[in-house]
Design a protein around this ligand. Sequence first.
Ligand code: HAM
Length: 416
Amino acid sequence: MQLLPGFRDLFPDDCARRNYILSRWRNVALRYGFVEYDGPMLESTELYRKKSGGELVGQLFDFVDKGGRDVALRPEMTPTLARMVIARGRDFRKPLKWFSVSQFFRYEKQQRGRLREFYQLNCDIIGEPSLAADAEVVALVIDALREFGLTAEDFVVRISDRDAWISFLKAKGIDAETKGGQFLQIIDKLERDSPESTGLKLKEFGLTTDEVREFIAHPGAHFERFDQLAADLGARGMEGFYKLDPAIVRGLAYYTGLVFEVFDRNGKLRALAGGGRYDNLLRDMSDGAVNMPALGFGMGDVVLGELIAETPRALESRDRWHQSAAEIYVVIAKEERRNDALRSIQQMREKGFRVDYPLSPAKVGKQFQTAEHLGARLAVLFGDEWPEVKIKTLATREEISIPHTELMEVLRRLSK
Ligand code: HAM
């Protein structure tokens, strides 16, 4: 039986890396005063058809369930979050600062940085219209990457404003209400599509590629919100981590004002994260019943994992990139001592040590090999010297013999 394309078997080292990323994401979000929530893996397909829009609709993992409902594995968090806030948002003090670390599915063609199953950190602020919230979210996306030892030399946040493009369309006499969405899809694909295909699509709007490129190169005063944002981020000492890039408009349909995407500096990888404002989503989803501004971002684990793996600076802080199965290995040199060893093993585990030992009799040399293989720091030997036990530090080969009654006390000292 073969693994399905785009899915991952997480062997222990892969799992350690995944957990390393997920736990650091949580730490940063908590430091910014966000609280964690989660939603269901499966939602009605309609939620995404109506709300996500764009490419995502063609990437749904959707099917009909046994009750005849059209359902989809979640491809993103934002529509679920909006649904949850519409249902019970009034029970919480505003603004909501909520984060989640969860798994998503998109039926994409498997390629570097893109899988059919991945994790995202989502951080969103709901109920706050001011630009201070945009700055807070961008600062958080920056710190979420710095958490892994990455610096301004490794990544950049490219910031833009969808409203500036809407003004651009209006100035050209194009009806932004009806045609804005379709136009932004063209801009979103500018870097990926061929110049011919872009030219043809723009022609339908009575526009040329040169006009669009000119606006990107010389956006003039259309991006004044960016300057305000930069002042806030500058106060935090975050200059150098971001830049204005009008070409960023985001592929999803619900975005409204400021939007951003994060890329590696070498431009080799897909986006590490993306987000922005979606001030009308709650209003539209609730038919006007709940009208709250909102914004946030999603950061994926796949591209981030690749960037960490190829950035020596980031590798230095990868303390838990590999997992050791045990910190203490108990060597049972004499089978008569097995029950004495088990008594101590139980005590060590109750004190929080990660402990392993041979389940069946084995030669002492073999047991020490296993200890090394598991990445243990200490071996505790139960054998001839009883009632004394021997503690060996595996890296230095230093040994001490102590009465078994003092074992817990000595281990506590050694682990400090
Ligand atoms: P998104 O740009 O579609 O935004 O995804 C955010 C990040 O998720 C991407 O930058 C990428 O790192 C990761 N990602 C997306 N698709 C895949 C895939 N097939 N394989 C691996 N990684 C992937 C959203 O999802 C928005 N809902 C984010 C948001 C939250 N906006 C506001 N709040």
